[in-house]
Design a protein around this ligand. Structure first.
Ligand SMILES: *Cc1c(COP(=O)(O)O)cnc(C)c1O
Length: 390
């Protein structure tokens, strides 16, 4: 996080960023042990993290990467997505979701998001399928699982692969099964803002040994060792293996994940208690414990405000509160406009993208921190002339 420490802190209260990783002392000691050990790149700690994540994901194969972005790109490649193909994805996500599709030479086909869940509108996926469609790439937005039944039924019916962008969803579940423990290719992110971190990093979850060997080649120079131990290169692989230093961070984080997510759920619940009734902002749909609340993202009442979103963010910052924006709708970004996409074709994503703000939510926060955020939000909106329900 590059938020300058305490620049806008009040005299009594520290600055509240919208996200902050919690690294405990035991993890810092474990990192120091790796640094002193003489083996700092991929080794025993990475193998252990892959194994523990595999246990977490019902015994499926897990491959660590330096980022979710790279893991998604490799997943598309392994799924056979090539130049000229189409991949169906959501118009409301971080740009990486669609960028990786472009990087394979394929074309992202966007489906609008649902307003209340921010997730891809699964009921519209089937009509987006053409003879060129190879895969569907849903995003579990903010940690709320997409309608997995519908997405996978469509995939089976049309013979498509599914690559789940589960960057937000470590610890979320669908009908009692963890995201990652079910499904096709599933990718998690361990960026510092995500529900657990390896500083930078990601993981790809998959089932098939043959595909896993292909992933290994993509991840490390295309190197294959034969039975005698001799090295050969059989593919123009890239280089995106996670270090043991990063894996040591991840092992300490994974141990705390359920606790972190329980706190996130409780903080999200406090936001609902504070914000639902007065209707000042439009909260996302409430959820049960299947949601892991990576981010809490209400929509501002821009049509009732005398200031824009950037001013809102600045005024919250002046009150010691960091506010993020997740995300501008992908089809409206310059790259995608230049490729011929039109934001107006995705009205829900357009509306979310223009009005969304991300309020502070991280495990070290307390319910009274949430109350403080909500007081500041009400004060700034009152200054801006916006009123809630009377
Ligand atoms: C963070 C994120 C990514 C990329 O993750 P990295 O590990 O930073 O590469 C991809 N998709 C979504 C939805 C994300 O939020």
């Amino acid at each position: 996080m590059n938020i300058p420490a305490c620049t806008a802190a009040t005299e009594t209260q520290p600055y509240l960023p919208f996200a902050r990783p919690h690294i405990d002392e035991a993890t810092i000691d474990a990192v120091a042990d790796v640094l002193r050990s003489g083996w700092i790149t991929t080794g025993a700690r990475s193998a252990q993290l892959e194994s523990e994540l595999s246990d977490f994901c019902g015994g499926r194969i897990v491959k660590l990467f330096t980022s979710a972005t790279t893991a998604l790109e490799v997943a598309l490649n392994v799924a056979g997505v090539r130049a000229g193909d189409e991949v169906i994805t959501t118009a409301m996500s971080f740009a990486a979701t669609a960028n990786v599709i472009l990087r394979t030479g394929a074309r992202p086909v966007f489906v609008d998001a649902e307003l209340a869940t921010r997730n891809i509108d699964a009921s519209r996926v089937e009509t987006a399928i053409t003879s060129r469609t190879r895969a569907i790439m849903p995003v579990h937005f903010a940690g709320r699982p997409v309608d997995m039944d519908t997405v996978y039924a469509i995939a089976r019916k049309h013979g498509l692969r599914v690559i789940e962008d589960a960057a937000h969803a470590l610890g979320a579940s669908w009908r009692g099964s963890r995201i990652g423990a079910i499904g096709d290719l599933v990718v998690f992110s361990f960026h510092p803002n995500k529900n657990m971190t390896t500083i930078e990093g990601g993981a790809l979850v998959l089932d098939h040994e043959v595909e896993a060997r292909n992933v290994d080649l993509q991840r490390f120079h295309g190197i294959r060792r034969d039975a005698k131990g001799d090295i050969d290169v059989v593919a123009a692989g890239g280089k995106s293996n996670l270090t043991d230093v990063a894996a040591a961070v991840g092992l300490g984080q994974l141990r705390r994940l359920e606790e972190f997510n329980a706190r996130r759920r409780d903080l999200a619940e406090r936001y609902f208690e504070q914000l639902v009734d007065d209707g000042l902002v439009e909260t996302p749909a409430r959820a049960d414990d299947s949601h892991c609340w990576h981010i809490f993202t209400p929509l501002l009442p821009l049509e009732r405000m005398a200031i824009g979103r950037a001013d809102f963010v600045r005024r919250m910052h002046e009150r010691g509160i960091g506010v993020g924006v997740h995300y501008p709708a992908i089809p409206g970004l310059s790259l995608y406009r230049e490729l011929g996409y039109e934001l107006e074709d995705y009205p829900n994503a357009a509306r979310i993208g223009s009005a969304t703000v991300t309020l502070p939510l991280f495990p070290a926060m307390s319910r009274s921190d949430v109350d403080r955020v909500c007081r500041a939000l009400r004060a700034v909106l009152a200054e801006a002339g916006a009123r809630g329900r009377t």
